[in-house]
Write a protein of this length. Structure first.
Lengths: 195, 195
């Protein structure tokens, strides 16, 4: 490894620290969850649920690699709450711009690799991207149910509107659908969603 | 997926949230880094450095799976600072006890799988465990150098004592050794370590 590559990697690592300070809509304990710890928990879900994916199973190395990089653009673009219509309208453009600025700080081969993983995740067209998306949505949903979903209450979220967000994960079937359905039951029982 | 399995998985997921509140010795911004976001950044390092591992490359799915679960025992045992001699003396026993209590909350097949990943990581005897250990040590070291290493200063850490901790990662050679060596140069230049 030459010095330029080494320094680019160390610089990128230092930059990535900022993802630990990107706040998400859900709470963990008395504070907002951040996108770094979120990404870890999404990976944990992937490890736990991979064995339950229908055959042929998605390639776990690619699933976990996608999960590790899927929110890096938020270092610049911030997290966009799933029910922030104004934020959602500009999300794709903001994140694409952030991707252009952030990934090119890596050595060129890794910049291309990380960009490809992120594009694959965002496009959602491969089995691996679908599985990673399911884990990501499940984490976000479970975290809201666990924390009492103040962000859902603040927008008066209905089950119907929530289902638009969760439909792609539910459409994956097992293992995601039964877990999300159980969480809907809990959310309604706790009054976190309007029926 | 039957209801008992589904509920065990949701319960474990809720429990795992606590890893986001286990404080490590390093700072990120003005606060302590937590073990959840640490585990994410270790995974990012594994994704970025995997291509530079000597052939035959470690299995990335197993490396990333190990990284996702490697600190779960800290939910009960807490993080043990690498230079806390008193804590280190009891660490293995505390973590083994925590593993026994935490992993069995999973369905039995997953409890065995996660325990096996954790035991493999701790034993460090496979190429995958070695690579995961290198990523883990590199993350911890880089984070300290980045944050100004108040925890190192508090114990008057010398380079010689630090090297005892970092030797296994340096012994892996590329890509870890050159990155760690560059970080030692920075740490000494900044006065974070005693020479």
């Amino acid at each position: 490894m030459d010095a330029a590559r080494r320094d680019a990697l160390l610089g990128f690592l230092a930059l990535s620290d900022r993802l630990k300070h990107v706040e998400r809509a859900a709470m963990t304990g008395a504070r907002r969850e951040n996108s770094g710890e979120h990404a870890w928990q999404v990976a944990l879900i992937a490890v736990l649920l991979h064995g339950e994916a229908p055959d042929p199973k998605p390639d776990l190395a690619r699933v976990l690699s996608m999960i590790a990089v899927h929110d890096l653009v938020e270092i610049e673009a911030g997290d966009t709450f799933a029910f922030d219509d104004k934020g959602l309208a500009t999300q794709a453009a903001r994140e694409a711009e952030a991707a252009g600025r952030i990934f090119r700080l890596l050595p060129p081969d890794l910049a291309a690799e990380v960009a490809a993983l992120w594009v694959e995740f965002e496009a959602g067209a491969t089995p691996e991207a679908g599985f990673a998306m399911g884990c990501d949505r499940l984490q976000g949903f479970a975290q809201q149910v666990e924390c009492g979903a103040p962000a859902w209450k603040a927008v008066g979220l209905t089950k119907a509107r929530s289902l638009v967000r969760m439909a792609p994960a539910i459409a994956l079937g097992a293992p995601f659908a039964p877990m999300i359905e159980a969480l809907y039951d809990r959310a309604l029982a706790k009054g976190l969603l309007l029926p």
